[in-house]
Design a protein around this ligand. Structure first.
Ligand SMILES: [Zn+2]
Length: 211
């Protein structure tokens, strides 16, 4: 548990840089503030995309998505998980709100076990094992994600109090443990498909996701 926001921001972020990133989103060109951050471990990097408030709404509690990177889903739109749909749904809300922030964490690939382990777990799932038991069988944690850097980014941006776009109560608890006050959980609703129906059901039944 952190003692205060200033201390954590000073202690745990080694490096940050920022630019303006023009992105194409649903046929629109958007200009977003982009900040890259690095934790104490140089491998621990993250990007924040920020839709800044205008018209004097800069003090509004921001709507935040803390998104775990997923190469298969986010880049190739894999149907085995719901990452891409969640990312799109979150971005829709973030670009339409006075203070919207997407924190993207590449090191959270495969719930923190990495790409190779994730694909190993997929191979077991091909044989009928569910997403939780597959991790256990390959000797990997069910969820190895660390939210220190995400919390420090929010402190750095001056937002220790947020509304969080998530279906995952554990994510809220993790951020709270690092001193972030989550005043509202905003669900991210996506339509299941044939390929991810069991994955989503396992998340609901065995990982307490609100789906
Ligand atoms: Zn995914």
């Amino acid at each position: 548990m952190r003692s205060n926001a200033v201390e954590s921001a000073v202690l745990d972020i080694d490096w940050a840089a920022q630019t303006v990133l023009p992105i194409e989103f649903q046929g629109r060109e958007l200009q977003l503030e982009a900040r890259a951050y690095q934790g104490k471990d140089p491998q621990d990097q993250a990007m924040a995309l920020i839709n800044r408030a205008t018209n004097g709404q800069s003090a509004a509690t921001p709507l935040v998505r803390v998104h775990s990177g997923c190469v298969t889903g986010d880049i190739f739109h894999s149907l085995r998980c719901d990452c891409y749909k969640q990312l799109q749904s979150a971005l829709e809300k973030i670009v339409d709100t006075p203070n919207g922030i997407l924190i993207y964490l590449p090191s959270h690939e495969g719930r923190g076990i990495g790409l190779v382990n994730k694909i190993k777990a997929y191979a077991l799932q091909d044989k009928g094992v569910d997403t939780v038991d597959a991790n256990v069988q390959i000797g990997a944690p069910i969820d190895a994600r660390d939210y220190t850097l995400a919390a420090d980014i929010l402190f750095d941006l001056g937002f220790p109090e947020i509304k969080l776009l998530t279906n995952n109560p554990a994510k809220i608890e993790a951020l709270r443990a690092y001193g972030i006050k989550v005043i509202e959980q905003v669900p991210v609703v996506t339509e299941p498909c044939a390929h991810n129906r069991r994955y989503l059901e396992t998340k609901r039944q065995r990982m307490a996701h609100k789906l």
